[in-house]
Design a protein around this ligand. Structure first.
Ligand code: 5AD
Ligand code: SF4
Length: 466
C-alpha cells in the first residue's frame, strides 16, 4: 500500500500516525568508510522517525560505529560503553529508555564478547548488515538482545536508502562514496579481511546513481572509498570490463562534479588505466594515498605486501610522469615482528627517497586472528616507541617542507566551511590541505583562485586572486 492509499483508507477520526520523532547519536571511530557507513545508517533510520543529534544526553538511540584496526581503537569502545552504561541507568531512573548499539569492525570481530562484557548493549551489528538495522531495532523494542554479524546474502547497498538531499546538503560540499568494500590481500598484520570480509565491488550503475544524487544535493567533490579501492572492477554500460580508471573517467562526466579523489590504494592494483586517469582527468586531484608500510623488502615480504621497495619507488615515478604535480601520502608500521634496526633504517631511507606531503605512522599492534599475532620475535614496546618518534619527526619535517613550498603558488581552492574568524572560510587545496581565506559564506561550494601566503602547523593561509 502506498502512503497515499493508506491515508485514503484511514478512518477520518483516526488519521495516520507518523512514526514518533526519536533521536539517534552516532559516534564514529576509525576510517572514512565508517564515516560513510554512519551516514548511511542515519539515512536508513530516518523513515522510522529518527533524526540525528550531536548531544548524547538527548539520544533515544546511541550507536558506536567502531574500529578494530589497532588495539587502542578497540579499547576506546569498551571505555565508551562504560560511560554509556551510566547514562542508560541515569535515564532509566527518569523513566526514559536509551538503546545502545555497537556497529563497525569491533562489532564484527567481537560481537559475542561485547554482549557478554557490556550488559547495557542492546544491539551488535556488523558492517555487512547495516541495511537490517531498522528491523534489528524493532527486535530490540520487543525485548531481544540482537547480534547481527552474519555476512548478508542480499546486496547491502541495494537495500540501503540513497543519500537524502536535505541531509546531504547539511553534510557539506564534499562527500564519501563507497565503491568497494573488503579485502583479499591478507597483509599479515591486518584485521580488515576478517572484519569487512572479502573484496566486493559495487556495480557501475549503483555508483553513478549515488554520485548524481550527491551532486544534485550540492556536492562538488566526491572521494571514492574502498579498503582496496583500486581493486574496484566492474562492467561499463558498453559491456566492457572496467577498472577504477574507467570508472573515474565516467564519473568525471557528471555535470557539476568538480573534484574526484579515491582512497585507499594498494600498490599492486595501480594499473595503467588508473595511471592514465591521473594524466587525463583534470577533476582527479593530484594527491594519492599509497601506503607501503615499510621500506624493508624483508619486512614487506613478512607482511605479505607482495611487492618490493624498489617496485614501489618505480611505480611512483610512473604515476608522477603522468601527473607531475602529484603529492603522496602513505601509511607506515614500525616494529612489525622481526623488524631490525637495519630494516627500520630502510624505512627512513624510503621516506627520504619518496618525499611525502602527509603520512600516518603507527606502532605495530598485535591483532588476534591475524598471522602476525603468531610470529615470534615481537619487537619490544620501547623500541617501537623510539622508532615511531624518529619516523614521525622525519614525516613531519617533510609535511612542513611541502606546506612551505606551497607559499607563493596560485591554486584552486574549494570553499568548504566557515573559518575560525568571521569573514573567513576554510577550503581544501588540491593536495587536501586546509586553507584559510577571507570569503563570504555564500561562496561555500565555489572553487576560487587563491595565492598561498603562509603556512601554519595544520593549515595554510591565502589571499584571493582577482
Ligand atoms: N598495527 C599497526 N598498524 C596497523 N595498520 C593496520 N593494521 C595495523 C596493525 N595491526 C595501519 C596500516 C594501514 C592503516 C589503515 O592502519 O598502516 O595502512
Ligand atoms: Fe589490510 Fe592489507 Fe587489505 Fe590494506 S591491503 S586492508 S592493509 S589486508
Amino acid at each position: 500500500m502506498t502512503q497515499e492509499t493508506a491515508i485514503l483508507s484511514a478512518k477520518p477520526d483516526m488519521g495516520v500516525e507518523a512514526p514518533p520523532v526519536r533521536k539517534v547519536f552516532v559516534k564514529t571511530y576509525g576510517c572514512q568508510m565508517n564515516v560513510y557507513d554512519s551516514e548511511r545508517m542515519t539515512d536508513a533510520l530516518a523513515k522510522d522517525g529518527y533524526v540525528a543529534t550531536d548531544m548524547v544526553e538527548d539520544a533515544d538511540l546511541v550507536l558506536l560505529n567502531t574500529c578494530h584496526i589497532r588495539e587502542k581503537a578497540a579499547e576506546k569502545v569498551y571505555s565508551a560503553l562504560g560511560r554509556l552504561r551510566d547514562l542508560k541507568s541515569r535515564k532509566a531512573s527518569e523513566g526514559k529508555t536509551v538503546t545502545i548499539g555497537v556497529a563497525g569492525c569491533v562489532a564484527q570481530a567481537e560481537g559475542d564478547e561485547i554482549l557478554r562484557r557490556a550488559p547495557s548493549v542492546d544491539l551488535v551489528i556488523g558492517p555487512q548488515t547495516y541495511h537490517r538495522l531498522p528491523q534489528a531495532l524493532k527486535r530490540v523494542e520487543r525485548g531481544e538482545r540482537v547480534l547481527e554479524t552474519d555476512y548478508a546474502v542480499e546486496d547491502k547497498f541495494e537495500h540501503l536508502p540513497a543519500p537524502d538531499k536535505a541531509r546531504t546538503r547539511s553534510r557539506g560540499v564534499t562527500a564519501f562514496l563507497t565503491v568497494q568494500e573488503g579485502c583479499d590481500k591478507f597483509c599479515t598484520f591486518c584485521v580488515v579481511p576478517y572484519t569487512r570480509g572479502s573484496e566486493v565491488s559495487r556495480p557501475v550503475a549503483q555508483i553513478v546513481a549515488e554520485a548524481r544524487k550527491l551532486v544534485e544535493a550540492g556536492v562538488r567533490e566526491i572521494t571514492l572509498l574502498g579498503q582496496n579501492v583500486n581493486a574496484w572492477h566492474g562492467t561499463g554500460p558498453d559491456g566492457d570490463k572496467w577498472g577504477l580508471g574507467e570508472l573515474l573517467h565516467h564519473l568525471a562526466g557528471i555535470e557539476g562534479l568538480a573534484r574526484l579523489r579515491y582512497t585507499t590504494s594498494h600498490p599492486r592494483d595501480m594499473d595503467d588505466g588508473l595511471i592514465a586517469a591521473h594524466r587525463d582527468l583534470g577533476q582527479l586531484m593530484p594527491y594519492l594515498h599509497l601506503p607501503i608500510q615499510s621500506g624493508s623488502d624483508r619486512i614487506l615480504k613478512a607482511m605479505n605486501r607482495r611487492h618490493t621497495a624498489a617496485e614501489y619507488i618505480a611505480l611512483i615515478a610512473r604515476i608522477k610522469a603522468a601527473r607531475p604535480d602529484l603529492a603522496l601520502s602513505g601509511d607506515f608500521i614500525v616494529g612489525f615482528p622481526g623488524e631490525t634496526d637495519e630494516d627500520f633504517e630502510d624505512t627512513l631511507k624510503l621516506v627520504e627517497t619518496v618525499g611525502y606531503a602527509q603520512a600516518f605512522s603507527f606502532k605495530y599492534s598485535t591483532r588476534p586472528g591475524t598471522p602476525g599475532a603468531d610470529l615470534e620475535d615481537q619487537v619490544p614496546e620501547e623500541v617501537k616507541a623510539n622508532r615511531l618518534e624518529r619516523l614521525q619527526a622525519l614525516l613531519l619535517s617533510q609535511q612542513n617542507a611541502f606546506a612551505r613550498a606551497c607559499i607563493g603558488k596560485t591554486i584552486d581552492l574549494l570553499l568548504e566551511k566557515p573559518g575560525r574568524m568571521p569573514g573567513q572560510l576554510i577550503g581544501r587545496s588540491p593536495w587536501l590541505q586546509s586553507v584559510n581565506v577571507d570569503a563570504m559564506s555564500s561562496q561555500i561550494g565555489d572553487i576560487i583562485s587563491v595565492r598561498i601566503t603562509g603556512a601554519g602547523p595544520n593549515s595554510l593561509f591565502a589571499e584571493v586572486v582577482s
